[in-house]
Design a protein around this ligand. Sequence first.
Ligand code: FE
Ligand code: FE
Ligand code: ZN
Length: 300
Amino acid sequence: MIIGSHVSYGKEGLLTSVKEAISYGANTFMFYTGAPTNTIRKDIDSQNTKLAWDLMKENNIDINNVICHAPYIINPATPDLEKRNFAINFLIQELQRCQQLGIKYIVLHPGSSVDISIDEGLANIVTVLKEVLRKNIPVTILIETMAGKGSERGINIAELAYIIKEIDSPYLGVCLDTCHLHDSGVDLTNFSSYLEEFAREIGLEKIKCLHLNDSKNILGAHKDRHANIGFGQIGFQTLLNVINNEVINKLPIILETPYIGDYDDDKNRLYPPYKYEIKMLREKKFNPDLLNLIRLEYKK
Ligand code: FE
Ligand code: FE
Ligand code: ZN
């Protein structure tokens, strides 16, 4: 199983990310090249990048399974021309950063169409991505399946199929997110029928990554609030079945579950759950006391 979590890209850039992933017992990870909510980006330090590559090799992390996530401020679906031009330019820079870091995949939210029609929103996404892909940077953009909050696009197979077919590029794929699928109305207890439709309309080879999250909300809630594995509305067994599906079990699986709050700490500390969730998923056994166990472990 290739599994890891979202990690930070810190002072030492990618090296910080690798160290954090190793501390969770992960064999892959996902990172942002800076804050997901702003455009401030530091130049890439080649020394630390080289050290990150060496550390990955020593720890059995194949860089081909490592994922970057584009910032949320990129909105390819937007009706605002200036914002679409910004999306093109910033996404090109992100792809160039990935290339410098040796990263093969970048996950992108297809964006929100705001006050224009679904079709116009989808057409904007196609125009923006075509422009970016014209640069021929060898990094694959993975459009993420979205929950359907507000005017989000990419919320069903038909929308994804339209984008993928219109662009028709080997450098375009899909990242499934279990919380988003569930919130968009896909019943994951019947995941194989979702995959059958995906195979018919798009092609299973386009799925390159899975975001594994439980959901705080009921099926079809269109909310997008992630829960810890086994502590949400999807449940442990269903998520376990998804990652053990033969289409998914060779792909990088990335946890984006919330940090655990410490109830009796007045400084209100938060602890990352990833080391424990990864272990639980590898052992295929749900621990209903996991969140308390994490609090106790970190307090030692
Ligand atoms: Fe995402
Ligand atoms: Fe996600
Ligand atoms: Zn989400």
